[in-house]
Ligand binder design. Structure first.
Ligand code: GDP
Ligand code: MG
Length: 179
């Protein structure tokens, strides 16, 4: 977390990471939030490390620096540098693929191992537009989030459901923790 005071206005910079199994929609959640874009054929993200999104809270300028994996999660090798300094995390699964929900515990463990501060965490069940092939119920998502002490939200990067809300809830929670 960084906070600077110039010309009377405070500025905050929060690092937020997006984690979860391959193809759950991490990159599309970020592109939907930061650029209002969706890519039906996205391959592993190449090049882009993070995107910065600005928000105003209580008259303060808040910059969320949101990190996306470059596809390393396929090799179970997300590095400690990825997590370093993160104060927020979205842990994403795909509601149509049960195995991605079963991986959540492992991602939470990895996050715990690599983060030294209090991290604002949200469990995100993405692809809620795929209701007809749902493999994880809303109740199961909620229950896991409650057990682990996380926020919970189902989203769709495809039709935009709750994407902005999910990111902003995490950002507001971080702000509350530091202000
Ligand atoms: P990542 O590997 O976790 O970064 O996942 P991607 O963002 O690359 O998405 C993997 C695939 O899922 C792509 O084909 C996306 O178009 C698709 N996808 C991502 N989000 C959604 C969503 O909310 N709904 C649907 N139906 N497909 C999605
Ligand atoms: Mg990706």
């Amino acid at each position: 977390t960084m906070s600077s005071d110039d010309e009377g206005g405070e500025e905050y910079l929060f690092k937020i990471v997006i984690i979860g199994d391959s193809a759950v929609g991490k990159s599309n959640l970020l592109s939907r939030y930061a650029r209002n874009e969706f890519n039906a054929h996205s391959k592993a993200t190449i090049g882009v490390e993070f995107q910065t999104q600005n928000m105003e809270i209580e008259g303060k300028e808040v910059k969320a620096q949101i990190w996306d994996t470059a596809g390393q999660e396929r090799f179970r090798a997300v590095t400690s540098a990825y997590y370093r300094g993160a104060v927020g995390a979205l842990v994403v699964y795909d509601i149509s693929r049960r195995s991605t929900f079963e991986s959540v515990g492992r991602w939470l463990d990895e996050l715990k191992t690599h983060s030294d501060t209090t991290v604002a965490r949200m469990l995100v069940g993405n692809k809620c537009d795929l209701e007809s092939i749902r493999a994880v119920s809303v109740e199961e998502g909620k229950a896991l989030a409650e057990t682990e002490g996380l926020f919970f939200m189902e989203t769709s990067a495809l039709d935009s459901t709750n994407v902005k809300t999910a990111f902003e809830m995490v950002i507001r929670d971080i702000y509350t923790n530091v202000s």
